[in-house]
Design a protein around this ligand. Structure first.
Ligand SMILES: [Zn+2]
Ligand SMILES: [Zn+2]
Length: 285
């Protein structure tokens, strides 16, 4: 059941709550921000990916930027990480003094050092000179090199699965919390291993970049999921609810109705609940 809508209001959320902050992909679609998801658990707010406009999206959804604790990065395509510097710097401006915990694929540490610390060195030095707490510009990076559980807290366990996508290290995330399973895919090719990873999930937030025909006509189309492969994944895995994201086809077609078609095609092959994602869609878990 949705508990909040796009550009919502600051809502008192029951936890845990999953929020699709940005439902779009690479191109500058005015109706959709780039990829970003958030999960509120007791005592922790974590975000997954930081695509175009993710920070503004988090604010629009009522998140307190200074209280974001943990960031997970699925892969280093720019449409998943281009707002990371903005998140680090702006949450610092908003008063964050704790170190961010950042989990991502191999390459994440160098990306942060070069793309944030070095790139913004003059800005950071300037802000430090008026007394900002340097702790806010520190982070703890964990590069995930192996599949399986990589983070355990009293609230949840986070697990990783690598799949093929774009010839770079690519991580799908699974969260086990309160006896429930939430899977947030990266961009990904279909894979039988992904079916096992999603087995019995309460919620599957999965990329659905375009129709089969749309993707078949593009050089990079085989790197992604379409409505038929999403439906097959969700059915075989026995998933309860599906949220479609990374809706590339709308970015290209600029047709605001096209994503409803994706949803209908998924429903044709999957009997569970299907949400065509939009920015700010929030679901209790
Ligand atoms: Zn992407
Ligand atoms: Zn990608």
């Amino acid at each position: 059941m949705p508990v909040a809508d796009a550009h919502a209001q600051v809502t008192v959320f029951r936890m845990p709550t999953f929020t699709l902050v940005g439902s779009g992909a690479v191109r500058a679609n005015p109706r959709r921000g780039g990829t970003c998801q958030a999960l509120r658990c007791a005592g922790e707010t974590l975000v997954i990916d930081q695509g175009r406009g993710a920070v503004q999206g988090l604010k629009n959804c009522g998140f307190d930027l200074a209280r974001i604790d943990t960031v997970f990065l699925s892969h280093l395509h720019f449409d998943h990480v281009c707002d990371l510097a903005q998140l680090i710097l702006l949450s610092w401006v908003y008063g964050r003094t704790h170190r961010l915990a950042i989990y991502g694929p191999p390459g994440t540490r160098e990306f942060l050092e070069k793309g944030v610390r070095e790139a913004y060195a003059m800005d950071i030095a300037s802000r430090l000179s008026h007394g900002k707490d340097p702790a806010g510009m520190e982070w703890d990076v964990t590069e995930i090199a192996r599949e399986g559980a990589f983070r355990s807290t009293p609230q949840y366990e986070a697990q990783a699965l690598f799949t093929e996508h774009g010839h770079l290290p690519n991580i799908n995330f699974r969260f086990e919390l309160d006896g429930k399973r939430i899977v947030v895919t990266s961009d990904t090719e279909p894979s039988p291993r992904l079916v096992e990873f999603c087995r019995g999930a309460e919620l599957l937030c999965v990329e659905c970049s375009g129709t089969r025909e749309f993707l078949a006509a593009r050089e990079w189309g085989a790197w992604h999921m379409n409505p038929q492969t999403v439906a097959e994944l969700a059915s075989k895995a026995g998933v309860k609810r599906v949220v479609l994201k990374h809706l590339v086809i709308e970015d290209w077609s600029e047709d605001p109705e096209i994503c409803a078609k994706l949803g209908a095609q998924v429903r044709a092959g999957f009997g569970g609940e299907v949400f065509v994602g939009h920015d700010g869609l929030a679901l209790e878990v």
